[in-house]
Design a protein around this ligand. Structure first.
Ligand code: FES
Length: 271
């Protein structure tokens, strides 16, 4: 069970794996995630199902700490100890007209199944894919094959437009592109500013808070977020929420702590 049938590195510290998980494939919908435990006693890592094919699911992850480093060490033919899912509420796929998908960094992976489903529902889909630099950009070819238009942005200008995803959002507006609905998935700071820009430009935006999940169980409290004044948990009540209702500043304040913990754990195993 959960055998890794394919594993490739697709960007710096970023891996794509296809995992044998027939039961999960049967029920998986865009926007949903699984919890992976690389080893029996490993940490639980929530990862969005980036794609499905036959009896396999595709997972894309970045090495950011001890557990993801361990996952990256498992090779084709080996297996993960546990893969549980699909979990979380699926994305609201419908016909909206023109949909703008904004993916930042590793957040490009969870946007991909949403792209496929929205195209199938007949939407015109424009994608903005942002990365800090060109060697961190993932899935460009896959997006180009399906989306009606793809705009790449990099912070350092090493590929595509130099700037942030919000610059590309403004560019589309200047071109007179009418957007009916948007999705953004990526670093919390990016989702905050994508939301503010969408508000300014006058279209609704859904964000996926899966990047803030810790164990995906509803128990650790790591993905706690205030939505329209009430406390929610991204892994149980989401991961998708209306971007305008998220208390971004509270969330950003709280997240600083986890980064430090991850850094410390990674230093520990490098010793
Ligand atoms: Fe732990 Fe949601 S990730 S409660």
């Amino acid at each position: 069970m959960f055998e890794i049938s394919d594993k490739i590195q697709i960007a710096k510290d970023t891996f794509s794996v296809w995992v044998e998980a027939p039961k999960i494939v049967e029920n998986a919908k865009p926007g949903q995630f699984v919890i992976v435990m690389g080893e029996e006693d490993g940490e639980r890592i929530p990862l969005t199902i980036a794609d499905t094919k036959g009896s396999k699911i595709r997972l894309i992850f970045q090495v950011v700490g001890k557990s993801t480093k361990k996952m990256a060490e498992l090779e084709k033919g080996q297996s993960y100890a546990h893969v549980v899912g699909p979990l979380g509420k699926p994305s609201e796929i419908d016909y909206y007209g023109t949909v703008l998908l904004i993916g930042g960094g590793i957040g490009i992976a969870p946007i991909y199944p949403i792209l496929k489903a929205l195209k199938q529902a007949g939407n015109k889909v424009i994608a903005i894919l942002g990365a800090r630099t060109s060697n961190l950009l993932i899935l460009e070819d896959e997006f180009r094959q399906i989306a009606d238009r793809v705009i790449i942005t990099t912070d350092d200008g090493s590929k595509g437009m130099k700037g942030l995803v919000t610059d590309a959002m403004k560019l589309l507006a200047q071109e007179g592109e009418k957007v009916d609905r948007a999705w953004a998935i990526g670093p919390v700071i990016m989702m905050k500013y994508a939301t503010l820009t969408a508000q300014e430009l006058g279209y609704p935006i859904t964000v996926s808070l899966n990047p803030i999940m810790v164990d995906g169980t509803g128990m650790c409290g790591g993905c706690r977020v205030t939505i329209a004044g009430s406390v929610k948990f991204a892994c149980v009540d989401g991961p998708e929420f209306d971007g305008e209702l998220v208390n971004w500043d509270e969330l950003l304040n709280r997240l600083g702590q986890y980064k430090e913990e991850e850094k410390r754990a990674l230093q520990e195993i490098k010793k």
